[in-house]
Design a protein around this ligand. Structure first.
Ligand code: MLT
Length: 409
């Protein structure tokens, strides 16, 4: 019999969102006819902007002609999209990124899960706690960790607790990590990192020769102009950081799949012999070996996000979700909950009432108000006693959810 990768056996239970789905299904099967409001997984609900749909239709028409047909494209993405990314997401903010430093992909979940492959297996990783589970689980699968302890923490990972006590801002680790995972605006806490905070991280990474993985999947939701949208707004970040961006939440692409990763050419690692190697060239090798590029139709849809009409429609969707966020936050505050986030991010993080654990509160909310959220402990041990609500629901559901929560209290 073939041997399995035993690292998979170290993983705790199932992946968070399918586990929530399983519990919700069990509840709804047992209570048919009850209207369940889903504010759990951060999945968009608004239809795609018209200009994006039109771009997809016209790209599909291209594909039906001999002059417009596209087979395999460049694995790194078509120039028509990459150039728009560079101009709009970086140059417009005074950031210098060259087109060949961008790799278009089918999602930030895959990118942030796959990137660890180009690092040594004994690399030490540091994660905030709570954290997007993909960062931890993919390192467990790769064999970079030991077993999970009774406190829910894996051996050989540096956890940086983020709780109300430190205003959800992790302390710089005392032990040196090779890789630091940061996500801002943060999933799940909805908090942001100021320019000063990110500068501290870049300085720390330079001093310790660590690499920062900066997940900026939610940058489009930043309302406060002083908050950086890209880590490359911080001087020196090109030498220490890889950035992840996604069209999923920004433009409603969760079902279409398109994202990108930026790896500056300055970013170097070394072999055990001390020879310097660029991560850019390693990722290029990996990407071209394991990936055949995002479809032409999808990349045309992504390109439409940067055209004037697309930008306008995307802004309207973001404003809609951020209005949801403010309604949820206000409603919860009025109902006596302690809330965080939700002003520069589509997630509201709340303290569970009466000392309930995160899963107890999940069950309570589902049973008493038929509302689905995400238990904070699913994002890591320091998320215990917290709960996340997503602002990506439909307005009528958000309003109804607030009414139900207010009735509970
Ligand atoms: C979330 O709810 O945390 C996200 O939707 C998960 C994801 O983007 O993969």
């Amino acid at each position: 019999m073939a041997l399995i990768n035993e690292n998979y056996l170290k993983l705790k239970a199932g992946y968070l969102f399918p586990e929530i789905g399983r519990r919700v299904k069990a509840y709804s099967d047992a209570h048919p006819g009850q209207r369940i409001i889903r504010l759990g997984i951060g999945d968009v609900t608004l239809p795609l902007p018209k200009s994006i749909v039109n771009a997809m239709k016209s790209a599909a028409d291209d594909m039906g002609t001999s002059s417009g047909f596209h087979g395999y494209g460049p694995e790194q993405g078509y120039d028509f999209l990459v150039n728009k990314i560079v101009e709009n997401d970086f140059q417009a903010r005074g950031i210098q990124i060259s087109a060949d430093e961008v790799f278009v992909s089918d999602g930030s979940k895959c990118d942030s899960g796959n990137i660890q492959e180009i690092f040594a297996i004994d690399s030490k990783i540091a994660v905030t706690d709570p954290v997007y589970p993909v960062y931890v689980d993919t390192n467990v699968m790769a064999g970079r960790t030991g077993e999970a302890g009774s406190d829910g923490r894996y051996q050989n990972i540096i956890y940086m607790p983020c709780t109300a006590e430190n205003n959800f801002q992790p302390e710089l680790p005392k032990e040196r990590p090779d890789i630091i995972y940061l996500c801002y605006p943060n999933n799940p806490t909805g908090m942001v990192a100021s320019k000063e905070k990110l500068t501290e991280w870049v300085t720390y990474a330079k001093k310790n020769q660590s690499i920062i993985f900066f997940d900026a999947a939610y940058e489009a939701f930043i309302q406060d102009e002083s908050v950086p949208r890209s880590i490359y707004e911080i001087p020196g970040a090109r030498e220490v950081a890889i950035e992840f961006r996604s069209f999923s939440k920004t433009a409603g692409f969760t079902g279409i799949r398109c994202a990108y990763i930026v790896i500056p050419k300055e970013l170097k690692g070394k072999t055990t012999q001390g020879e310097e190697v660029s991560f850019h060239s390693l990722w290029n090798r990996r990407h071209t070996t394991k990936f055949n590029g995002v479809s032409y139709v999808t990349q045309k849809a992504a390109e439409a996000c940067y055209l004037p009409e697309g930008k306008k429609e995307i802004q309207e969707s973001i404003a809609y979700y951020m209005k949801n966020a403010s309604l949820i936050k206000k409603g919860l505050d009025e109902a006596g909950y302690k809330t965080y986030g939700g002003t520069n991010a589509p997630y509201i993080w709340l303290k569970t009432p009466e000392g309930k654990t995160s899963w107890e509160f999940f069950d309570f909310l589902l049973r008493e108000a038929q509302i689905v959220g995400t238990p904070g402990s699913g994002f890591g041990p320091s998320g215990e006693g917290y709960f996340r609500l997503s602002a990506f629901g439909k307005r009528e559901d958000v309003e109804e959810a607030i009414l139900r929560i207010k009735k509970l209290s």
